[in-house]
Design a protein around this ligand. Structure first.
Ligand code: ADP
Length: 296
């Protein structure tokens, strides 16, 4: 069983001809409101694949919070760990121009109030989970408490997004640490002395994780453990919208690891899930069922 600890946001999206400058007002399209946030996305992606999934998160006592709870439940996620109140639901204000470039302002809201105490109070969810998956859209001290709350036989998966330097205690627990190119460079900082993703994987491993996965978009991914690095091919598809691809990939990988797959095998499955996700618009709307992955 999978436990996702992380963020839940309402994505408020408006299409614009061009983005406004300081002091300027522009008119845009009708507002679209989508459930999002990396934690919520991962939980929905895993549940849709058939994983027994629970989400530990915090939303506001407001309409956006109810939208997020509804989308989790519709996907079959156990929402007993979704706490309500303390601040408004996290929001991402997104403007998209005709070329598809976006500008985003995030208000973390309730995500910033998911505390170490909330993690300690959810101990029964940790006991029930073989794999615990987290990202960095919640306070770092909360992520540290997640690591401290792991059952001895459960596995910790971290996608450090948005990236920031991580304490050794968190890095050492990762199995795997899952990064894209940008995240790899931020986590490595001055240690990033090479342009080769194979080198990033080795350098990241040297920072303490038990294993590392580097995702490379259409180029597939790399898996690395005990200094052995191997390539996992991507699936060739016509990409329409890459939003949520990383969340789908991470969720699928965590699901397969929990089912006993090896890292390379799990990454190959996750590549197929990511590939389906990029052929469809949106984040949660783009995540496939197991049957759709099979049909690819
Ligand atoms: P992120 O969204 O975090 O930046 P990536 O862009 O690396 O992550 O995508 C995650 C995974 O999704 C990739 O490793 C790959 O398996 C799949 N993927 C992403 N973009 C494509 C694409 N254009 N074609 C096929 N697979 C893709």
């Amino acid at each position: 069983d999978l436990l996702v600890v992380g963020s839940a946001n309402a994505d408020l999206v408006i299409g614009v001809e061009r983005r406004p400058g300081a002091g300027e007002t522009v008119l845009g399209s009708d507002l679209a409101v989508h459930p999002g946030g990396k934690g919520a996305n991962q939980a929905v992606a895993a549940a849709r694949l058939g994983a027994r999934t629970a989400l530990l998160a915090r939303v506001g006592d407001d309409g956006h919070g109810r939208l997020l709870l509804d989308s989790q439940r519709a996907a079959g996620v156990d929402t007993v760990g979704v706490l309500v109140g303390g601040a408004p639901t996290g929001v991402a204000l997104i403007t998209v121009d005709p070329s598809g470039d976006n500008s985003i302002v995030v208000s973390p809201g309730a995500n910033g109030r998911l505390t170490p105490g909330d993690v300690r109070a959810a101990v029964s969810l940790f006991h029930a989970s073989r794999v615990v998956s987290t990202q960095l859209e919640i306070p770092l001290e909360t992520v540290v408490e997640v690591v401290r709350s792991l059952s001895p036989d459960s596995r910790f998966v971290l996608n450090p997004s948005p990236p920031r330097p991580l304490p050794t205690e968190v890095l050492a627990a990762c199995d795997p640490l899952i990064v894209n190119e940008h995240e790899a460079k931020v986590i490595l900082g001055d240690a990033c002395v090479s342009d080769a993703p194979e080198d990033w994987a080795r350098l990241l491993l040297a920072k303490g994780p038990r294993s590392v996965v580097v995702t490379l978009g259409a180029e597939g991914s790399l898996v690395a453990s005990s200094a052995e690095v191997s390539r996992v091919a991507s699936v060739k598809v016509d990409a329409v919208d890459t939003t949520g691809a990383g969340d789908a990939f991470t969720a699928a990988l965590a699901f397969r690891l929990g089912a006993g797959a090896g890292l390379a095998e799990a990454a190959a499955y996750a590549s197929r899930v990511g590939a389906v996700a990029v052929t469809r618009k949106g984040a949660q709307d783009s995540f496939p069922t197991a049957e759709e992955v099979e049909a690819l």
